[in-house]
Write a protein of this length. Sequence first.
Length: 159
Amino acid sequence: MTGYRTYRAPTAVVALAALAALTSLTGCSDDDTPSSVASKAASVASRATDVYASATAAAGEKFDEVKSGVDVKDDVTLGAPDTGSDGRTTVEVTVRNTAGSQKSFLVQVNFKDGGGDLADAVAVTVSDVPAGGTKKATARSNRDLSGDGTTEVARAVRY
């Protein structure tokens, strides 16, 4: 009988935690039912998944075209993101060519919203970077990303 309680106790704790979370989420809604909160949470999660899939698919297509690329994510730096009056966010991309000959770079920049969730992704090509040199380009979001956000280098290849 002791083993039976051991398995029920964690289930009860999880159920209580879930109920508490749903209760706290319903405080800002006109429709306070737990099912409506769960539905809204699922909708938000679905939209976030769609944004991620759409944004990364377009950037991924460009990376699929690069043959014999070398991973150089550490050779790429980003400036501070800036959102223009049109709502589009831009960020300066600087690449450093450590190769012994002129190379081109393909860089995927992820734009994240204030909550740290992916809001957009773009692929930027920086062509003809001299051996041992640096070159700059600008990554511009595809969508209106007004508000606070961050950027990150998701991946970069030199070819």
